[in-house]
Design a protein around this ligand. Structure first.
Ligand code: ASP
Length: 576
């Protein structure tokens, strides 16, 4: 006989009179007269109240099997806040399946417990309704993504975990080889090279829900290991990839959110250049305005020395004139912390602009900046003058500081950011640093200038952004060896090094590579946004802390001496 007939959270008034067997954890117990106690029994579906006789042995988190009769609660005692609040289970026989030590923090939906403690006792943390909801949502997202990809003819292929290094720009985790002493496998930063090989191998449309590992600083919303929906298409270009990925992401979001109609069916596009100029970032949060407005030309011949800069931009905060002087000082300090030399603020009054620096500006300048920004009485204007990248960066961060809603608010705003630069800057030797990975195709309109002016070359790379989070990136790939060689030369990767690092890919391309393009996006991030969680750790069953440790298992731990000896690995103590 099975242990249970029903789940706790599913019982309703219509079940009255039924004899049921329930299993779960004692969530709460309240005395009710001399012998009776109310025991709230919890499983992953919710809680139901059981009226238990002689409940003295039962304590919090004991594992119980309760057999009893569902009854309407007595007149006036229904709890409308609880889905099972109209009923209770009476006449109960209780079996204690396991006793439980007192939990280190209460298992309630809202917990004040410190994150390290929650991770140390993750199995208790996971009993909370919110965590169960998140895990179940994640499972549905994975299923929906898979079926969206399968429907479009993509084939799931598993690529290996023990690989040679992948050039995604992060540090590798490496695994020493026992059989090949002194040699190491890398754990995959992504399946990038394998998926390109799959295209040469005729797979046509590949996808994988792939685990990727990158040994980088865990600032913000990052984990060493994360899941990507990874995809690649042959005989396809950026348009084909964006269409397929949009369909998968939108389809998945619609399959799991409470109001599918509210999810936009089309993913709008913005070039990287526009994103940087209007939002100061390559992952714009377009849920709110406060766009950056160009003012450089307004101050072209200004007497105000601080504004004789390569770039001047501003933003308007409607109604922001009410911000206190101390808040404005704090914003100025923040702007300086982000790299600005200063922040100019102006309160818009009925009679003009109130600002410590207004008197240094001409009437024409004040008039033009007001009209450019659309200033209305009561507004606050914030202006920064500096090198263009600094202005964009600082105003972009101020915009978020002043306007960004929590990730769960304002609906889902997906966006494609296109035409990323091919290179993101120069290294100490003056060599360009790839913005994506070195297999990204240069924009055909710019490729001629690749050697003479590399930083102005756009690429055929695109990112998907949602509510200000980078969800993932992809690109059209280089499939001709000559072009790949040009990019490698620019990056300072000579033929020998290219052969040593990616020889197998270059070799493969000699045997007929189809034009191909692909994309990968972070499943953890997608699930977090869909769950309305700010942190991806809330949607990962067993995440690491910000310092990369696992308080539950104690990882990382020193390795066994014998194992190290077999591997031929000697550990150098940290302080030597
Ligand atoms: N491999 C890339 C990444 O992990 C994505 C791609 O270009 O397909 O970011």
């Amino acid at each position: 006989m099975s242990l249970r007939s029903d789940y706790c959270g599913t019982l309703r008034a219509g079940d009255a009179g039924r004899r049921v067997s329930l299993c779960g954890w004692a969530a709460r117990r309240r005395e009710h007269g001399e012998h009776l106690a109310f025991v709230d029994l919890r499983d992953h579906t919710g809680i139901v109240q059981c009226v238990v006789d002689g409940a003295h042995d039962i304590r919090s988190e004991f594992v119980l099997r309760v057999t009893g009769t569902v009854q309407p609660r007595p007149e006036g005692t229904a709890n409308p806040a609880l889905p099972t609040g109209e009923v209770e289970v009476t006449d109960c026989a209780v079996e204690i399946l396991s006793a439980a030590a007192p939990p280190p923090f209460p298992i309630t939906d809202r917990t004040e417990a410190d994150e390290v403690l929650r991770l140390q006792y993750r199995y208790l943390d996971l009993r909370r309704d919110r965590m169960q909801r998140n895990l179940r949502l994640r499972s549905r997202v994975n299923a929906a993504l898979r079926s969206a990809m399968e429907e479009q003819g993509f084939v799931e292929v598993e690529t290996p975990m023990l690989v040679a290094s992948t050039p995604e720009g992060a540090r590798d985790f490496i695994v020493p080889s026992r059989l090949h002493r002194g040699s190491f496998y890398a754990l995959p930063q992504s399946p990038q090279l394998f998926k390109q090989l799959l295209m040469v191998g005729g797979t046509d449309r590949y996808y994988q829900v792939a685990r990727c590992l990158r040994d980088e600083d865990l600032r913000g919303n990052r984990q060493f290991e994360f899941m990507q929906l990874d995809a690649e298409m042959a005989f396809a270009d950026a348009e084909d990839v964006m269409a397929s990925i949009s369909a998968a992401v939108i389809g998945t979001a619609r399959a799991v959110v409470a109001e599918p109609e509210a999810v936009p069916t089309v993913v709008p596009r913005m070039t990287w250049h526009d994103a940087m100029e209007r939002y100061g970032t390559d992952k714009p949060d377009v849920r709110f305005g406060l766009e950056l407005v160009e003012l450089t030309d307004v101050f072209a011949g200004t007497e105000f020395k601080a504004f004789l800069a390569p770039c001047v931009k501003g933003l308007r905060l409607p109604g922001g004139g009410e911000l206190s002087r101390s808040r404005l000082d704090a914003l100025t300090d923040q702007a300086k912390g982000w790299g600005a030399k200063g922040l100019v603020w102006m309160r818009v009054g009925e009679g003009g602009l109130d600002s410590p620096v207004a008197r240094f500006m001409s009437d024409d300048e004040l008039k033009s900046l007001s009209s450019r920004l659309g200033a209305e009485p009561g507004d606050l204007l914030l202006l920064v003058a500096d090198e263009r990248p600094v202005v964009r960066h600082v105003l972009g961060l101020l915009r978020l500081e002043l306007g960004r809603p929590p990730v769960s608010e304002g609906g889902l705003h997906f966006l494609w950011v296109t035409e990323f630069p091919l290179f993101e800057g120069l290294d100490e030797d003056g060599r360009p640093i790839p913005a994506h990975h070195p297999f990204t195709m240069p924009h055909p309109e710019d490729a001629d200038g690749m050697e003479s002016d590399p930083l102005s070359v756009r690429s055929l790379a695109y990112d998907m952004v949602v509510n200000g989070w980078e969800l993932g990136s992809g690109s059209e790939r280089i499939h001709r060896p000559e072009m790949q060689q040009r990019v490698f030369s620019l990056l300072g990767i000579g033929p020998e090094e290219a052969k040593a690092r990616f020889g197998f890919l270059l070799e493969a391309f000699r045997y007929g590579a189809p034009p191909h393009a692909g994309f990968a996006f972070g499943v953890d991030r997608l699930v977090a946004v869909l769950a309305g969680e700010e942190s991806i750790r809330e949607v990962i069953a067993f995440p690491k802390t910000q310092s990369g440790t696992d308080p539950l298992t104690g990882a990382p731990t020193p390795a066994d001496g014998r194992l190290l000896a077999e591997l031929g690995v000697r550990v150098v103590p940290p302080d030597s």
